[in-house]
Design a protein around this ligand. Structure first.
Ligand SMILES: Nc1c(NC[C@H](O)[C@H](O)[C@H](O)CO)[nH]c(=O)[nH]c1=O
Ligand SMILES: CC(=O)[C@@H](O)COP(=O)(O)O
Length: 107
């Protein structure tokens, strides 16, 4: 597994598309957390992250899995990052494996 860090969730899509298009990976796991602040900036970042990841998958033809948490506060995010609401990062990895095994490998 190859790990690439980006400055924020807004930048995930462009990097995911680059990685997917490289032909070196079976899937790109897009993991992040967008936490609501005081302004509407949250909505822009969360929506852009989602559409960026979708677009990266469609353009690169490599599964780009949406593992970006969109939360009202840190507590919600921590609960979903291995806390009492599970681990969405692990779910993202399992989704990639499932997609590859059950759909893509069979053509
Ligand atoms: N507020 C959060 C951000 N903000 C940063 C943006 O994603 C982006 O890097 C910046 O606007 C420059 O384009 N990023 C997160 O991942 N999570 C947040 O809660
Ligand atoms: C600029 C950001 O990424 C984010 O922290 C915005 O927070 P706020 O809505 O409180 O300005």
């Amino acid at each position: 597994m190859y790990v690439v860090w980006v400055p924020g969730s807004f930048e995930i899509g462009v990097v995911a598309q680059r990685l997917g298009s490289s032909g070196r990976y079976h899937a790109v796991l897009c993991i992040g957390a967008v936490i609501r602040g005081d302004t509407t900036h949250y909505d822009a970042v969360a929506n852009s992250a989602a559409s960026g990841v979708l677009s990266a998958g469609l353009k690169s033809d490599v599964p780009c899995i949406f593992g970006v948490l969109t939360c009202d506060n840190m507590e919600q995010a921590l609960n979903r990052a291995g806390g009492k609401s599970g681990n969405k990062g692990v779910e993202t990895a399992l989704t990639a494996v499932k997609l590859y095994d059950e759909v893509l490998q069979r053509g």
